[in-house]
Design a protein around this ligand. Structure first.
Ligand SMILES: NC(=O)c1ccc[n+]([C@@H]2O[C@H](COP(=O)([O-])OP(=O)(O)OC[C@H]3O[C@@H](n4cnc5c(N)ncnc54)[C@H](O)[C@@H]3O)[C@@H](O)[C@H]2O)c1
Ligand SMILES: O=C(O)C(=O)C[C@@H](O)[C@H](O)[C@H](O)COP(=O)(O)O
Ligand SMILES: [Zn+2]
Length: 359
């Protein structure tokens, strides 16, 4: 199974191509660029060389550290230096090749270099294909927290070549599926049905079921982003892009607490298991849907709890981008597909829900 999802973004439409062999479309997307920079993590240097050979114009390979170590101010500045040395001008092109950490960084490099040059994303992890490379959030972390510096910036195209996923570790596949399951709970119950029907097949990156899950998650994200690209403040049940942050307030706090050593999907898995319980206690979410969180996330091999007291995580939650002043704002679920904003929730409920997570 393959397909193309059109993202009707505020900055102009673009395609997310999902197919085995999508990389072969790269030459037709280079446009009038006379020079290309390929930003990639060191472990994917062979793939980056393949990309360079495809573009057909002089190309500079820009290796960056792997995983969250790429998303730092120092690495960002190193990339700018590399682009300066390569002489990348306004008509030129940045290509990000790698997981979500690389595409977040590379997108921000493209957004900031000369105040914006063309960008093509080649996501190579499940998480980057279904989420990070789509929708225009780019940026880096600070010691104070996740994604605190960045920009909304759209690519010219996103090429999701499913054949690249065969080398991905099983735990990384599961991490990406956490975002897919998130899309199921916030918007597309068919995702939940497909995953429930066969969890093993859902994790098989060569299966049709897997490809359908990927396409459905990208479609959810494309729809949300088309309606609210820059994440306007949501009020009550009128929720825009903030819906995509389901599970992320606690998830990002966990990532920070763990020194960015936990995978993003693992952290938001705990965040969703927690929000399901908070939603049960404050919004009347039914017990079956709470159980479905545990069944799906746990069944995919994702964690449902984190080994630190809630009090250690709570301060970082206040630096969440959804917070307004001192008020914490969480994305809650009334039912599958019915998202709402919980503004200033009862703190004792938050702590109680955390303590009740299965350990
Ligand atoms: N911008 C957004 O909207 C958005 C959305 C979701 C997540 N994110 C961000 O994405 C990041 C997580 O992305 P991730 O899970 O892809 O992590 P990652 O980039 O660290 O990739 C995970 C690991 O898999 C390796 N890898 C990637 N592709 C591979 C392949 N084809 N074969 C073998 N190994 C491969 C990477 O080198 C890395 O070691 C987080 O920083 C998160 O905040 C951003
Ligand atoms: O695209 C969005 O909007 C999201 O919230 C998607 C999230 O899965 C993603 O992790 C995003 O990077 C979180 O953004 P942040 O603004 O909370 O840092
Ligand atoms: Zn996420």
């Amino acid at each position: 199974m393959s397909g193309t999802v059109r993202v009707e973004s505020q900055l102009g439409p673009y395609d997310v191509v999902v197919e085995r062999g999508a990389l072969d479309r790269l030459p037709e997307l280079v446009g009038d660029a006379s020079r290309v920079a390929v930003i990639h993590p060191a472990p994917l240097s062979a793939l980056a060389e393949r990309v360079a050979a495809l573009v057909g114009v002089p190309t500079t390979l820009v290796p960056v550290p792997d995983a969250e170590a790429a998303k730092t101010p120092q690495v960002l500045a190193d990339c700018w230096d590399a682009l300066a040395e390569a002489g990348l001008t306004r008509n030129d092109l940045v290509i990000g090749v790698g997981g979500g950490t690389t595409t977040d960084l590379a997108g921000f490099v493209a957004a900031s270099w000369l105040r914006g040059v063309a960008y093509i994303s080649v996501p190579t992890s499940v998480l980057a294909m279904v989420d990070a490379a789509v929708g225009g959030k780019t940026g880096i972390n600070l010691p104070a927290g996740k994604n605190l510096v960045g920009a909304f910036y759209e690519p010219r195209a996103v090429l999701c070549d499913l054949s690249l996923l065969s080398s991905l570790e099983a735990a990384e596949v599961a991490s990406g599926l956490a975002e897919v399951i998130k899309c199921g709970f916030i918007a597309d119950p068919e995702i939940l049905a497909l995953a429930t029907a066969d969890l093993t097949d859902s994790r098989d990156v060569t299966s049709d079921r897997f490809a359908e899950l990927v396409l459905r998650a990208i479609s959810v994200k494309a729809d949300v982003v088309a309606a609210d690209f820059t994440e306007a403040t949501s009020v009550g049940d009128r929720v825009g892009r903030e819906a995509l942050n389901y599970g992320h307030t606690l998830g990002h706090a966990i990532e920070k607490h763990a020194g960015f050593t936990w995978r993003h999907g693992q952290a938001i898995s705990v965040g969703m298991a927690w929000m399901a319980r908070v939603s049960r206690d404050l919004l009347g979410l039914d017990g079956d849907t709470v159980d479905l969180h545990d069944e799906l996330l746990g069944g995919l091999g994702l964690p449902l709890s984190y080994p630190a007291p809630f009090a250690d995580l709570r301060p970082a939650m206040s630096l969440d981008k959804k917070a307004r002043g001192a008020e914490l704002r969480l994305i809650g679920l009334r039912s599958v597909g019915q998202v709402t904003v919980l503004a200033g929730p009862d703190e004792s409920v938050l702590a109680g829900a955390y303590d009740s997570l299965p350990r």
